[in-house]
Structure formats: C-alpha cells, structure tokens
Design a protein around this ligand. Sequence first.
Ligand code: RTP
Ligand code: MG
Length: 140
Amino acid sequence: MTLERTFSIIKPDATRRNLTGAINAKFEAAGLRIVAQKRIHLTKAQAGVFYAVHAERPFYDELCEFMASEPIVCQVLEGEGAIAKNREVMGATNPADAAAGTIRAEFAESVGENSVHGSDAPDTAAIEIAYFFSGLELVG
Ligand code: RTP
Ligand code: MG
C-alpha cells in the first residue's frame, strides 16, 4: 500500500457559495485525508504562474481572472492512489460530462467555473504542492 499526495484547489465559484465543507465531505468519504489546507487570495499573476501550462489556450486570461476573483482554498490530499482518486471524485472538466455524484456534477457552474482543481500526475502534484506549501505545513 503506497500513500500518495495530490494538490487540490477549491475554486472561487465554490468558496463564494460556501461549498468548502460539502466538497471536503466528498474527499473524506472517498478516503482522502486533508493533510494541509489554507484559504488564500491569489493575484492574477500568481494564478498565471500556476496555470502557465495553459498560457497559449484561448481561455487562459479568463481563467486567471477567475482564479484571482475571490479567495480559494488550497489543500494537499493524501491517500492510496490519491491523484487518480481525487480526479474521480472531481468528475470531468465540463460539468455536463461529469458522472453523477461527482463534485463537478453537483456543484460546478460551467466548464470554466468548475469548483475544483486536482493535479493530473505525480510530477505536477509535486510541483503544485511545493508552489503553495512548505514541508512544515504538511501534517500527515
Ligand atoms: P484543473 O487543471 O483545474 O484540475 O482542471 P482539468 O485538469 O479538469 O482541466 P484542464 O484542461 O487542465 O483545464 C484547466 C482549467 O481551465 C478551465 N477551462 N476552461 N472555457 C474553457 O473551455 C475551459 N477549458 C478549461 C477550467 O477551469 C479547467 O478546470
Ligand atoms: Mg488540469
């Protein structure tokens, strides 16, 4: 059994609607442990660094504006196969395609304002965790 860690963000559309607790309940019910969590308000420039991989996409500017529009809750989730499990609990990027019971099916407002982010691979999880948290903040 190998414990894995992934990086998660509860996005502005969800914090604005007071959905942090409801979303965390879904993570915990799936066996994901919240080993670090903080509420922050990104600048647009910081959001741009985080989503730099999408810099050439047509939605990049709108995405960065959105991520800096209101506070977010950033988290580290730990569990067996945490990266894949988290993406399963999140559901598809577009809520119209997300499976019933997933976070995006229940809460997302649109393909852009889709309530949560989750790392997509071990290398990006490590980079994203290190961007937002120091080692001392990870309490497994
Ligand atoms: P995320 O990175 O936030 O966990 O989401 P994801 O892997 O499911 O989706 P990704 O392709 O990495 O896209 C990152 C975020 O960009 C916004 N987006 N908007 N307007 C659009 O067509 C569009 N497409 C993507 C979403 O907020 C998506 O989560
Ligand atoms: Mg992604």
